[in-house]
Design a protein around this ligand. Sequence first.
Ligand code: IVH
Length: 734
Amino acid sequence: MTTDKTPVDNLTEEEAAAELAFLAAEIARHDALYHGQDAPEISDAGYDALKRRNDAIEARFPQLIRADSPSIRVGAAPLATFAPITHSRPMLSLDNAFSDADVRDFVASVYRFLGNIAEGEIAFTAEPKIDGLSMSIRYEGGRLVNAATRGDGTTGENVTENIRTIAEIPDRLPAGAPDIVEVRGEVYMRKSDFLALNAQMAAEGRQTYVNPRNTAAGSLRQLDAKVTASRRLKFFAYAWGEMSAMPADTQMGMVEAFKGWGFPVNPLMKRLSSVDDIIAHYAEIGLKRPDLDYEIDGVVYKVDRLDLQARLGFRSRSPRWATAHKFPAEQAFTHVEKIDIQVGRTGALTPVARLTPVTVGGVVVTNATLHNADYIAGIGNSGERIRDEGHDIRVGDTVIVQRAGDVIPQVLDVVMEKRPAEAVPYEFPQTCPVCGSHAVRERNEKTGKLDSVTRCTGGFVCRAQAVEHLKHFVSRNAFDIEGLGTKQIQFFFESEDPSLSIRTAPDIFTLKRRQEASLARLENIDGFGKVSVTKLYDAIDNRRSVALHRFIYALGIRHAGETTAKLLARSYGSYAAFAAAMEAAADPGSEAWAELNAIDGIGQVVAQAIVDFYAEENNRAVVARLLQEVTPLDAQAPAAASSPVAGKTVVFTGTLEKMTRDEAKAMAERLGAKVAGSVSKKTDLLVAGPGAGSKLEKARDLGIETVDEDGWFVLVGAEGMSGPGAPAPSPDDA
Ligand code: IVH
């Protein structure tokens, strides 16, 4: 028997096998003492050391991993499915920067938002962006209690048992760690493990995996945690969720604390203060990239001081204090076999290149978007030539395609030397390939320029538009109805059976009733079983009440994306108030039109599109039918409902000295207020700094409460200042 003093690298295979057997028995004995008899013989650190030793030996001799290995710590029976876990704080994504200029913009935006901070005074951390899956791991009283995937950012999947099999994630935290700790980070698979796994799969004649990231995701979502265990996943800690106490007041300090608690942290993380240093570090990490045993797809920059992070806060899905600087996309040569036209929800005709399959950065690419007619012809959005010389794209061309992250692959350039003699310029269709209606390019009234998008004029007549509408309606950020994927929607849409057909959104909610009264049962149709039909009905019924912003977003109003829908929900509070206001706003002289335009973040194009939507009889009829089936829930004032400005409409004007305008706006919103850009009867409070002019006068005329900046701080008190790691962005869901 060797002692644990022998470095793992010096062990022979026999010695390793013997020690693994010893460790399996020893760790099992300590587990029993600890869990069963509550009478541990060794310290937590001693226990962790045994586990780490076991892991290190297994890493060097994977062929020796025992069936009873302590690294395979399995819960009871395999789970039936993964239960949902609602995150204590949302798990956000990051904004992207693709160039040095984008990085400079990011840094400048941080300075601009905070105001009054001398250049070079804000430090940033820079660390690799790991290409894995993000995970939130919760400890209570020092013990790992659960672990969840990111999911949609609000709710993830409970993968606790699988996470417990990852040896380098501590099961217990050292004494002194806060009572509640949520460590967040990336689970990933090493490149070498991925290659070894694929070699093994190939040798066994089984399907190989696409890339380490997908394999890691697949390995984690195994109902049998033993499979997860055998995949030897890894982890880097870089963020946190709920914490009952903060061990540090900087990003760097937090990561150091995680390290002290036994979590792996990335060794390439650095703290830097100038943009030039940040960009130099990016280049350095880029050079190391090929030699790292894990995939990275960029470098993440974060404002180091947590009090500044709290002031900067969040946009709807990402923090203002961080960005991901992506590495350039990967490229490959292939051929354009044909060009197809897809028709979108708003009738936009989008050309798609069908390519000879080619591997780009480990992923097989078969399609690339060609955006619009101009793009194919070699003309950019502002009329400039694209692809260097403005070459057009033709069927038969050899092209360079590139892929960056999860975005749709792009055709970067055409290899002119390889263009076949018979290749002809692509003729963009003038009719919709689905419904045959005219397809037109609208002219922008203001600029007189042709719109780049060619649009089908078929509207409700066009099946493609109707199907895309339905897909949008059930999509994740809209009604989020599981079990209604593209295939199912297509099936229901095409069905001629009145008890099965779904042509518009309200039909989704009458499906079950129609089915109950009919003989053609869904469960007897190929592709639907009894269980999936029950699940589908449940998923539909679960959405009979839905958050107001989801309802508005689901309507698919042109230009009204998720952010707009949230603004509208907050501003109008209830669907009835919103719809009444939109109908009244059809009169451009109305108060309703002025109010819609006064909402900060809603411009004229968006406002007009919403009003146009409600002016259309057909749309109102569909919404009316929908409202017979579905109840949009009133929007609640977010965050501190108790704050003195919750639910109030606030306007800022004049010069602000203690905060920038953006910061003021973010603070007001965090406290549940609505921020408007102009003063109207609906304004509750005007915050006026020096130099305030017409808005102040109007507020006085209307008798609206007015305070200066100091008065604002007195009013909102300490609540305006959120503590480190603080605020969850606006509560998303009902
Ligand atoms: S910070 C609030 N740091 O990138 C921001 N994310 O695009 C929390 N990721 O969902 C994320 N490496 O899965 C952060 N060093 C790193 C990261 C990282 C990879 C992933 C993470 C996140 C996604 C955002």
